[in-house]
Structure formats: C-alpha cells, structure tokens
Design a protein around this ligand. Structure first.
Ligand code: UDP
Ligand code: MG
Length: 331
C-alpha cells in the first residue's frame, strides 16, 4: 500500500485473544465507511497468549493492518506510545482493543476534526459493566486531579480520542518515562472538544487493570502534573513544627513561672514521635519525586520493539528501537 494514510488507528493490546475476531469484524466495518485511506496499528504489549500470532498474521495478510510486537509487557501507556510513534496518518485515533470504546464513534470524532479541532476526546456518559468501587475511586481521582493538577484534565475521559498530526508531533517530542498519556494530551493544548459516548462492557476477556496498577497510574498522574504533594509536605511540616514551638514555649513558661509543672517525659515522647512521623512522611514525598528524577536520568528507551509486520518501506518502520531513532536524529 503506497498511499499515505489519512487515518491511523492505534490499539494497545495485551492478552486479548478472545476479543480479536470480533474486534477485526467491527474495525473492518468502520474502515470501510471512512472517507480516506486508513491504517490500523496493532501494538502487542508482550502478550502471553496467542494474541501476537493472530495480530502478526493479520498484518501480513491485510495491507491496512500493521503490527508492532514489544519485547515484553511495558504497560498500556507505553504500548500506546509505541503505536503513536509509528502512526503515519493526519488524524490518529487511540482506542482500547476490548471494544469498550466502540469503534463506530470514530465517525463522530472525524466530523469534529474536520471542523478544525486538533483533539477530540470521548467522554464516557455511561460505563457499563464496571464495578461500583472502580467508578467511585475513578471519580475521586478526577476530582482530586482537577483541584491539584497544573493542567485541566477532563473528567470521565479515558484514552479514547482523535489527535491531529500537529498535537501528535508535540506529544512525540515528550519523552518522559512515567507517562500519563491523557494528561500529556491535555497539557499539549490546541483546540480540544469532547463528544459523549456510552462505554460498553468488555466484549470478552477480563480487565488487565487490577487495583494495584490503577493506584500506580493515579499516583503517576498526580505526581507528573502537580506539585501539590510537595506543597502539602511544606505546609504540614510548618504546621507541625509551629505547634511544637508553641508547645515548647508553654512548657518553658510553666516551668519558670508556675509551681504546677509536671516533669512529664510522656508528653516529650508524644511530641518526638509525632515529629518523627511527620518527618518520615515528608521524606517519603520527597522520595517520590527523587525516584522519578532517578528514573528520568537513566534515559532508557521507553519501549523496545521486538518485531514488526505490515509496514511498507523501511521509513515506515517504527524506527526499530528508540535508540536507533535517537542515533538517526543526532547524526
Ligand atoms: N493493555 C495493554 N497493556 C497492559 C494492560 C492493558 O496494552 O499492560 C491494553 C488492553 O489490552 C486494552 C487496553 O489496554 O486494549 C485497556 O485495558 P483494559 O481493558 O484491561 O482496562 P480497563 O478498560 O479495564 O480500564
Ligand atoms: Mg477495558
């Protein structure tokens, strides 16, 4: 296929063999209705089931599909990044592979894009098949984020979105290690607009986002886009030591000018313990940020491509590994 695609669909995929037949069926229908040539970039995030074999076979037989196999499981955020790096279209659509993001919505996104919006994100009006707990914690997270984060990150919006080439190029220049992709797109700016959709239940298989991973993503989002925890540390430290000073004065005054002082080492212990606790917490918060600096300083590639298929020429290859790309840029 020599024609340059207008649309690129990017899908991070991890152990999804059960939904793939249905996914291809739905995608084929959507692709047939598009008004320009399109490519679908299937990123296999180190699946351990038959996913990668199915994806690669698809890319080898259907010229609209491309396959990128990462060398191991890098997580959804990095799998998306790998796909976005390889996308050649003027408009790039990012979506989940489990059909929770219905591909048919793409038509509405494209309409908005044609009107001139650089980023069209899909807001979940309803979310079927997700636990109360997940809905409640997600709501709490977005509330906190909107209060603390330095950029407005839209609520109830996942990664399902259309991004214009212009915004994508900016995103591609952002090579931070700890990624919160939707926050990064919010940061990019340009004209952004939401369209509403009803998030469906997973077509098959089960969620790859256990609570632990979700917490990690939430902390990532918070720490990457806000220095509020650092400020909290400062305020808390000030408050605690302020209280300690006042209490100290009280102790000294009652020792010097009154008879009824108690040689209470108990209270001393309480204060010391309290200060120790506060100190530890503050150090912990500092550690959180220093850990990220450490992670950035190593300058490792964000992901490693193990295998590709379906890319036309060498220039369409997702630059092998990122190291290669850096070398090319430098030279
Ligand atoms: N995914 C991935 N790598 C991972 C976990 C998930 O590429 O380590 C993909 C997964 O295959 C799916 C998308 O990311 O296409 C969203 O994952 P999932 O549906 O499990 O998350 P949920 O919708 O439950 O938040
Ligand atoms: Mg899902």
């Amino acid at each position: 296929m020599a024609t340059k695609p207008v649309y690129s669909l990017v899908l991070p995929i991890f152990n999804e063999q059960a939904v793939l037949p249905l996914l291809f069926h739905r995608l084929d229908q959507v692709l047939a209705d598009l008004d320009g040539p399109a490519e679908v970039i299937l990123v296999d995030d180190g699946s351990t089931d038959c996913t990668s074999i199915i994806l690669e076979a698809r890319a080898k037989t259907d010229p609209r599909y491309r396959f990128i196999g990462l060398s191991r499981n890098f997580g959804q955020q990095l799998a998306m990044t790998a796909g976005l790096d390889a996308a050649a279209g003027d408009a790039v659509i990012l979506m989940d592979a489990d059909l929770q993001d219905p591909p048919e919505i793409i038509h509405q996104m494209i309409e908005k894009w044609r009107e001139g919006y650089e980023i069209v994100y899909a807001r979940r009006a309803t979310r079927a098949g997700e636990s109360r707990f997940k809905l409640a914690t997600s709501k709490l997270f977005y509330k906190t984020m909107s209060r603390l984060a330095s950029v407005e990150i839209p609520q109830n919006v996942g990664d399902f979105r259309l991004v214009d080439r212009k915004a994508l190029e900016v995103f591609r220049s952002m090579r931070e290690q700890d990624r919160f992709v939707r926050g990064m797109f919010a940061w990019v700016g340009f004209r952004q607009i939401a369209i509403e959709f009803n998030r469906e239940e997973r077509a098959a298989g089960e969620t790859k986002w256990p609570v632990g991973k979700l917490v990690k993503l939430a902390v990532n989002g918070l720490v990457s886009f806000s220095d509020a925890p650092l400020k909290l540390a400062l305020w808390l430290g000030t408050l605690v030591s302020g209280t300690a000073i006042v209490y100290g004065l009280y102790v000294i005054v009652s020792r010097l000018f009154t008879e009824n002082y108690v040689p209470g080492w108990a209270s001393t212990i309480v204060v010391v313990a309290f200060l120790g606790g506060a100190n530890m917490m503050l150090t912990g918060i500092l550690g959180l940020y220093i850990g990220r600096i450490h992670n950035e300083v190593k300058r490792r590639p964000l992901y490693i491509v193990g295998k590709t298929a379906g890319f036309a020429g060498a220039e369409m290859l997702p630059a092998g590994n990122e190291i290669e790309e850096r070398r090319r840029r430098a030279g």
